[in-house]
Design a protein around this ligand. Structure first.
Ligand code: ADE
Length: 244
C-alpha cells in the first residue's frame, strides 16, 4: 500500500510515520509514504506563494488551486505508470464523513491512496471539485491543519494491511469488532497495589475466560459508549427466556 500525502509540511509526516510499527512496516516494504511538498509546485517562482485572499472577503488566506493541482498530477502520473486504476483522493477536512474502523478496513484494500492536507482557512473549491473523491474528518473538532488527521487515518489503515502487524499484535478481538469495546486485560504480577487479577483468568478454563471477556466487553461498551452498545444490541437481541 502506497500513501501519497500532499502537504506543506512533508517533514512532519515523514518523520512521524518512520517510527514504531509504521516505520518498521515501511522498512519491510509492506507500506510506503510519499509526502510531497505542495509548495514545490507553485508557479510563483519568486515568493513560492501557495495561498491568497478569499474572493468576497473574509478573514484568512486560502490555498490556491494551481499548486495543488500540479502536485496531484505529478503523483497521479507516477501511479498511472503502474496501474490504470484511478487513485482515491481524500481531502481531510472537518466537513467530511467521520472516519471509523470500517472505513479503515475498506481503504486498506487499495494499492495507492492520495491525501490532501489543507491549511490556513481552506482550499479553493475548484481544485477540490476536480480531484477529490472523498471528504473525511477525524471528529467534530477543528485542528490547525490536515497533517495530524491524515496521519491518524494512515496509522489506522496501515495496521490492517496484511503483514504490517505480527500475529501477536493483530489480535482478532479488538475494540470495534462487532461494535464492542475490548475487555480489560492484566499482566504480571498477580497482585498490584492490593488489586488482584480476576480469578477466572488464572483458572485455565478457556471457555469460561471467553465468556467472562465477552461479558466485560458488553459492560464496558454499555458504560462508555452507549451509542455502540445500542448498535450491538440490535444485532444481538436478548434471547427470549424459556417458559417453564
Ligand atoms: N482539519 C482540521 N480539522 C480536521 C478534522 N477534525 N478532521 C480532518 N481534517 C481536519
Amino acid at each position: 500500500m502506497n500513501f501519497h500525502i500532499m502537504t506543506l509540511f512533508p517533514e512532519m509526516i515523514q518523520q512521524s510515520l518512520s517510527n514504531s510499527i509504521t516505520g518498521r512496516a515501511s522498512d519491510k516494504g509492506y507500506i510506503s509514504f510519499n509526502a510531497v511538498n505542495i509548495r514545490d509546485y507553485t508557479n510563483d517562482y519568486k515568493h513560492h506563494k501557495v495561498d491568497d485572499y478569499t474572493y468576497g472577503g473574509g478573514a484568512g488566506m486560502l490555498m490556491q488551486a494551481q499548486p495543488i493541482y500540479d502536485c496531484y498530477l505529478s503523483i497521479k502520473n507516477k501511479i498511472s505508470e503502474k496501474t490504470d486504476k484511478k487513485p482515491r483522493v481524500i481531502y481531510v477536512t472537518p466537513q467530511g464523513s467521520v472516519f471509523n474502523q470500517k472505513m479503515a478496513a475498506e481503504l486498506a484494500k487499495e494499492e495507492d491512496i492520495i491525501f490532501l492536507c489543507g491549511h490556513y482557512e481552506g482550499v479553493d473549491e475548484r481544485v477540490l471539485e476536480e480531484i477529490v473523491t472523498e471528504y473525511v474528518s477525524i471528529g467534530d473538532y477543528v485542528l490547525t491543519g490536515g497533517e495530524l488527521p491524515a496521519m491518524v487515518m494512515i496509522d489506522a489503515i496501515s495496521r490492517l494491511v496484511p503483514g504490517v502487524l505480527s500475529n501477536d499484535e493483530s489480535a482478532m478481538t479488538e475494540s470495534f469488532n462487532n461494535n464492542l469495546l475490548e475487555y480489560p486485560q492484566y499482566s504480571r504480577p498477580e497482585e498490584w497495589m492490593g488489586k488482584k487479577v480476576p480469578a477466572i483468568l488464572l483458572s485455565g478454563d478457556h471457555k469460561k475466560v471467553d465468556e467472562w471477556r465477552l461479558e466485560q466487553s458488553i459492560i464496558r461498551t454499555k458504560e462508555r459508549r452507549p451509542d455502540l452498545y445500542e448498535k450491538w444490541l440490535l444485532e444481538n437481541p436478548p434471547k427470549p427466556e424459556k417458559k417453564k
